[in-house]
Design a protein around this ligand. Structure first.
Ligand code: NBP
Length: 480
């Protein structure tokens, strides 16, 4: 049998769909899965395709054309602790003795970037090439065209570029893949992409909660979100939300969404994003609020105990429906800008610290299709970085500045309305808090510095003296 163009290890949902995608672009594929029955069933179900399955890893490796291109899509669990090891390490360990110099190994899982950098170093020292790549779009993306975010060396990228460009989503013919940068840059950018996804989802959930409190039905919400999907908010997540609202539960006949337990799951990429932001002193308060909202939702047992014990206002929203819908739209749009501004700021700062030489405009460009956060909005972000590749913060781009200035009044009204009605709106309010802090020429940190100097002699700088000159005051003694 002739040698395959590509090899894939890990035939769970992502792996199977990616193999079908690669094969559909004219490439032959060898596949391997730890549990052999999965391989057998998959190959049997696609016996008409150029897919060969193997029970032995050695036979699998031998079946691939050299220099080999082997992608792993196995469960990645290792997080911010550098000593952690997971299935990706196990696969690499068994793969290495079978490889030959010049072979390329690709990890397409959601891997924390430090592990990609470690693995790349180890494999490159042995004469192999290594890429850690983000693959976004879930099952459907993997099958029809994901957004792909590969890191690694230029040489490794060149080797896989034709296949990745062929299988990626396309927007106006542009493939949604680019070489993000060396080392773990691809995994890092994918991780922040997921953090932004958390922010987008939470903001949508908060809009839903306001509408629900205002007595707007799910059928009406389906229409509202469908309409929003025709305008500036057009995005995959808005679109699927409008579809979710149309689905009725087969058992009760009620909207299915209302029968679903309000306890959110998470796999780790949002939490890793927050950890990395804290380590690098970058504010991502919207994403942080979204991660924390999921954690609070998971504390359902405590919430059920607390609910009858604490008082809050009797909700009363009496704005006309069309006015409310427009204001929530504006608040959501403004909050979304803040969330992306924060996520891109994190990518920029960490990219600079690692020397990844990231192009934020190109990153926004490959997020326009295939991935979960795909949106019309991403075109605007790409344009912003085309106007100014050194943009300090997305908020400062004239297009986004204008929207924030125009929408800030509605945004405040909606956050106030949430506060007055006892509706938790952590992501809307965190975004507005960031906006107000960012635009403040003077924050109350002067008092904070005085407090620090009072109890710890940490010193302070003065407005009327050059920066870098430090002062200490002998504050009065406090007894007790
Ligand atoms: P899972 O993350 O559920 O992983 C299952 C696969 O890993 C199976 O093929 C399993 O083999 C294999 N595996 C495990 Br578990 N331990 C192994 C080991 N020690 N050695 C070899 N193989 C092992 O699959 P997935 O949902 O398809 O995701 C794959 C990767 O893509 C993950 O990193 C995930 O975070 C990422 N991702 C997923 C999505 C999504 O929508 N699901 C989207 C984007 C990225 P077995 O059959 O023998 O158990």
């Amino acid at each position: 049998m002739s040698k395959s163009d590509f090899g894939l290890i890990g035939l769970a949902v992502m792996g199977q769909n990616l193999v079908l995608n690669v094969e559909s672009r004219g490439y032959s594929v060898s596949v391997f899965n730890r549990t052999t029955s999965v391989t057998d069933e998959f190959v049997a179900a696609h016996s008409d395709k150029k897919i060969q399955g193997f029970a032995s890893l050695a036979d699998f490796v031998a079946s691939i054309e050299r220099p080999r291109k082997i992608m792993m899509l196995v469960k990645s669990k290792a997080g911010a602790d550098p000593s952690e090891r997971d299935a990706v390490d196990a696969v690499i360990e068994s793969l290495v003795p079978l490889l030959e110099p010049g072979d390329l190994v690709i990890d397409g899982g959601n891997t924390y970037f430090i592990h990609t950098e470690r693995r790349a170093k180890e494999l490159e020292a042995k004469g192999f090439l290594y890429i850690g790549t983000g693959v976004s779009g879930g099952e459907e993306g993997a099958r029809k065209g994901p957004s792909i975010m590969p890191g690694g060396s230029e040489q490794a990228w060149k080797m896989i570029q034709p296949i990745f460009e062929a299988i990626s989503a396309k927007v106006n013919g542009d493939p949604c893949v680019t070489h993000i940068g060396k080392g773990g840059a691809g995994n890092y950018v994918k991780m922040v992409h997921n953090g932004i996804e958390y922010g987008d989802m939470q903001l949508i959930c908060e809009a839903y909660q306001i509408f629900k409190t205002a007595g707007i039905t799910t059928d009406e919400m389906a229409q509202i979100f469908d309409q929003w999907n025709q305008g500036e908010l057009e995005s995959y997540l808005i679109q699927i939300t409008s579809k979710i609202f149309t689905i009725k539960d087969e058992i009760t006949g009620q909207p299915l969404v209302e029968q679903i337990l309000d306890r959110a799951g998470q796999k780790g990429t949002g939490r890793w994003t927050v950890q990395s932001a804290a380590e690098n002193a970058v504010v991502i308060s919207t994403i942080n609020a979204a991660v924390e909202a999921r954690i609070l939702s998971s504390m359902r047992d405590q919430r059920l105990v607390a609910a009858p014990q604490f008082s809050g206002p009797e909700p009363k929203i009496d704005l006309p429906k069309d006015v409310l819908v427009q204001k929530v739209h504006d608040a959501l749009y403004a909050s979304k800008i803040i969330s992306y501004a924060q996520g891109l700021d994190l990518i920029k700062k960490v990219g600079e610290a690692h020397g990844w030489d990231l192009k934020l405009g190109s990153i926004a460009r490959i997020w326009r299709g295939g991935c979960i956060i795909r949106a019309r909005f991403l075109n605007r972000i790409t344009e912003a970085y085309e106007r100014n590749s050194d943009l300090v913060n997305l908020m400062l781009d004239p297009f986004f500045k204008d929207i924030l200035n125009k929408n800030q009044e509605s945004w405040r009204e909606i956050v106030s309305l949430g506060v007055l009605n006892g509706i938790p709106m952590p992501a809307f309010s965190a975004s507005l808090g960031y906006y107000d802090s960012y635009r403040s020429a003077r924050l109350p940190a002067n008092l904070l510095q005085a407090q620090r100097d009072f109890f710890g002699a940490h010193t302070y700088e003065r407005l009327d003296r050059p920066e870098g000159e430090f002062f200490h005051t002998e504050w009065p003694e406090v007894i007790g």
